[in-house]
Structures are given as structure tokens and as C-alpha cells.
Design a protein around this ligand. Structure first.
Ligand SMILES: NC(=O)c1ccc[n+]([C@@H]2O[C@H](COP(=O)([O-])OP(=O)(O)OC[C@H]3O[C@@H](n4cnc5c(N)ncnc54)[C@H](OP(=O)(O)O)[C@@H]3O)[C@@H](O)[C@H]2O)c1
Length: 289
């Protein structure tokens, strides 16, 4: 199968290189700027195209590695008579295949969303890390089994999901990545109130965060859990809540309820009932009933 890329950015570079390294024929790139297309073509020993139509004609599978907001518009501008028998894929976590390629099957083609559950920030090196990454696959029923088999044959881990859960799937991904940064930023601000400069706070938090992440990766979330909720230390939880403004106390309380479920899985015989009752007495404004 011949693969082409619309959009020569981080994900286009990364998938193109990965496919090339695994024996797939990468035809080339069309992008907003010819410089990006040239750079990606050099990186993947393929070609830069001046015309999207020429790349479409030369490829069997087209990856739309464009910003989310540009994918549908780009698809709708392609000449429909050239679409027959093509496989279109996009990599957005938020859009379904139907959102991006509405009505594609009426042109005799199929569409998929193929989302890497991974933050691609370095376009020259991320391909080296793809073997451990999960790809969520969703789209045209007719060929999804073949698509899954093809991606797996390239050494990728693939999970097929239904279109109706795509947004929830993306929300889960955001919580495990971007939202961790929100918690670290809040932690950094609290340390600033304790006299830390922003740089000192970041330096102090990094080993704490990195050590925790390594334990989670090595031993799993349940085994890695420590802290006042896991210990059943209600007095410390109450003091933490008292030192926070009401809205952040509400956040802490809701997260503590999530932690409690993991704590119970780790210590099934421990009695967490007093913490549970206390946390459930939190109302929506972060006050106790
Ligand atoms: N980066 C991640 O961590 C990540 C992870 C999972 C999924 N994704 C998804 O992957 C897709 C691509 O993201 P990315 O991070 O690779 O984005 P990116 O680095 O910004 O690359 C997007 C590329 O598309 C090109 N482009 C923009 N508008 C265009 C248009 N109208 N026509 C032709 N080319 C256009 C840009 O052009 P020029 O360079 O030519 O100006 C750029 O090279 C998105 O759907 C994103 O949600 C990203």
C-alpha cells in the first residue's frame, strides 16, 4: 500500500518515518508550505508534492495529519471523483472518522481515525518511541478489521473503539496527560506561597513527579499509591482542605474520592468509611453540609 500525508508536521513526520522503517511505501507529503513538505520528504526518503490532487492520485492511503480544524475542510475540497477506493485516515483524538470525512462511503472510499495515545513534541525522534504507544482506531465498519490487522502487523498496539465513545476516550487521554500539568501548576503555586521561587518549585517537584510516574509505570497505579488517603489519615486530609481556597478545596475533595477507590483496591480489608463519609459531605461549593 502506498501512503501519502496531507500535512507535514509532528505527527506526519513521525508516522511517515515509522512506516518507512517498517517497510511501508511512503509516497510523500503535501503541506501548507512546500518547505515543510520538502523537509518531511527528506526525512522519510519520499517526495514533496506541490499539489494535493497529485499526491491523492499517487497514494492508496492518505493520512490527514493537519490541525483538527483543517481536516474536514481539506477533505471537502478534494475532487470527489478521485476519492474512490482510497483509505483516508486522520489522527485527531477529538474527531470521529464521520466528523472528519462525512459521507465518505458514498464515494466508494473508507475513512478512519487513527489516534496515537502519545504526545508527539519532537518530530525527528518520536518515531523511535511508537512501539509502546496505543493507537485508538475507529471508522468504516467494512474495512476496520483489515485496518486493525495492517496497523498491528507494523508492530503498533491498536484498540478499536466505537464512534460514540470517541469524545470520552479523548477526555480520558487529556486527563492522563495535560491535566497532570494542571495539578503540577497548582502545586507550584502553593509552593510559591511557602516561599519557593517558580524555578525552585519546579526543581523540587520534578523528582517527586518523575519517581511517582516511574512507580506507576513499573508497578501499576494501585501499588504505587501512597499518601494520606491511602493511609486512611482523615486528620491530614482535613488540614489540607483547610489550607486551600474553597474552589481548590472542592477539587482536592473530588480527587480524594477518586483516590479512595484506588486505596480500597490496594487495601481491601482497611476501613475507609470515615474518610468516605467525610468526603461525601462535600457540597458543590466545596463546603461541608
Ligand atoms: N502532536 C501530538 O502530540 C498529537 C498527538 C496525537 C494526535 N495528534 C493529532 O495529529 C494531527 C496533527 O497534529 P500535529 O501535532 O502533527 O500538528 P502540527 O505539528 O501543527 O502539523 C500540522 C501540519 O499541517 C500543515 N497544515 C496546516 N493547515 C494546513 C492546510 N490547510 N493545508 C495543508 N497543510 C496544512 C502545517 O503546515 P506547514 O508546516 O506546511 O505550515 C503543519 O505542518 C492533529 O489532528 C492532532 O490532533 C497530535
Amino acid at each position: 500500500m502506498k501512503i501519502g500525508f496531507f500535512g507535514a508536521g509532528k505527527v506526519g513526520f513521525t508516522l511517515g518515518k515509522y512506516f518507512r522503517m517498517h517497510g511501508v511505501e511512503v509516497i510523500g507529503y503535501y503541506s501548507h508550505s512546500i518547505q515543510s513538505a520538502n523537509e518531511a520528504a527528506r526525512f522519510t526518503q519520499s517526495q514533496a508534492f506541490n499539489s494535493a490532487e497529485d499526491l491523492l492520485a499517487a497514494s492508496d492511503v492518505l493520512f490527514f495529519t493537519l490541525p483538527d480544524g483543517a481536516i474536514r475542510d481539506f477533505y471537502e475540497k478534494l475532487p470527489s471523483e478521485q476519492i474512490q477506493n482510497k483509505i483516508f485516515c486522520h489522527c485527531s483524538g477529538a474527531l470521529t472518522a464521520e466528523d472528519a470525512f462525512p459521507g465518505i462511503e458514498q464515494y466508494g472510499a473508507v475513512g478512519f481515525s487513527v489516534h496515537p495515545l502519545f504526545a508527539v513534541s519532537d518530530k525527528y525522534h518520536a518515531y523511535e518511541e511508537l512501539t509502546d504507544v496505543f493507537f485508538a482506531l475507529e471508522g468504516s465498519k467494512e474495512k476496520i478489521v483489515l485496518m486493525e490487522a495492517w496497523l498491528k502487523a507494523l508492530g503498533l498496539k491498536v484498540k478499536v473503539i466505537e464512534p460514540g465513545v470517541k469524545v470520552k476516550y479523548h477526555c480520558a487521554a487529556a486527563l492522563a496527560s495535560n491535566y497532570v500539568i494542571a495539578l503540577l501548576a497548582l502545586s507550584q503555586r502553593l509552593l510559591a506561597e511557602c516561599g519557593f521561587s517558580p524555578a525552585e518549585a519546579e526543581e523540587a517537584l520534578t523528582p517527586l513527579f518523575a519517581g511517582n510516574a516511574q512507580h506507576i509505570a513499573a508497578d501499576g497505579m494501585v501499588q504505587a499509591l501512597t499518601g494520606p488517603v491511602e493511609r486512611g489519615d482523615l486528620g491530614t486530609i482535613q488540614k489540607h482542605l483547610d489550607c486551600l481556597p474553597p474552589d481548590r478545596a472542592q477539587l482536592y475533595g473530588l480527587l480524594a474520592q477518586e483516590l479512595l477507590m484506588t486505596a480500597q483496591a490496594k487495601n481491601p480489608t482497611r476501613d475507609y468509611s470515615s474518610i468516605k463519609t467525610f468526603l461525601q459531605s462535600f457540597d458543590r461549593k466545596g463546603r461541608f453540609k
